[in-house]
Design a binder for this molecule. Structure first.
Ligand SMILES: C[S@@+](CC[C@H](N)C(=O)[O-])C[C@H]1O[C@@H](n2cnc3c(N)ncnc32)[C@H](O)[C@@H]1O
Length: 180
């Protein structure tokens, strides 16, 4: 009896270990693939900076804000807490599923999609948040120029958008935040 119990326990533990290992490998390969394709790794904006940014931009309640490349959704959840509607796009599966799990745990109503933000229509946005990297700022600049309402606020953490007129620079750390 004890042996059967022990073997069943061992099988269950081994199954969990194997499923876990497969998930780690799949998420790992997907992360490498997405990094190579987009040239943007998943790096989190420090939470206190997100607080500072949302305080400062002070959007009216129910404004629609997008996070293009939303990682684990941290910006979306904070924006929702401040009374905004929030939509995020994330291509990498690990942060995407983490964001979805956080959404479920928090009972949040933010929208999180596993889509390429370059292929989305962003015309409804009142504000856009981005934390990308210098190599794709020109490309995102073209996309935003063609696809936003003129009054849409654009907030870029860490990287300036080349050729755009700055409204304000926030002295967030370790990187500055550029508002257009
Ligand atoms: C530097 S991280 C920022 C994460 C989050 N916005 C934050 O501030 O914590 C950028 C994210 O954008 C995602 N990403 C890059 N290009 C993308 C694209 N074209 N469509 C959707 N997600 C993209 C990456 O997978 C990465 O997780």
């Amino acid at each position: 009896m004890t042996a059967i119990f022990f073997i069943s326990f061992l099988i269950i533990v081994l199954t969990f270990i194997i499923i876990g290992a497969i998930a780690v490998v799949l998420f790992g390969f997907n992360m490498i693939y997405v990094n190579l394709k987009t040239l943007v790794p998943w790096v989190k904006t420090p939470a206190n900076n997100l607080e500072i940014i949302l305080e400062l931009i002070n959007l009216p309640p129910h404004s629609l804000i997008y996070d293009l490349g939303c990682g684990d959704g941290r910006f979306l959840f904070l924006a929702e807490k401040k009374g905004l509607k929030a939509i995020g796009y994330e291509l990498a599966l690990y942060p995407y599923f983490k964001a979805k799990m956080n959404k479920f745990i928090k009972g949040s109503r933010v929208i999180i999609k596993n889509h390429d933000f370059f292929k989305q229509d962003l015309k409804a946005a009142d504000a856009i948040f981005i934390f990308l990297n210098s190599m794709i700022m020109k490309k995102i600049s073209e996309k935003l120029k063609q696809n936003l309402k003129p009054e849409t606020l654009v907030i870029s953490y860490g990287f300036e958008i080349p050729g755009w007129n700055l409204k304000k620079v926030l002295d967030t750390k370790p990187s500055k935040t550029y508002i257009y």
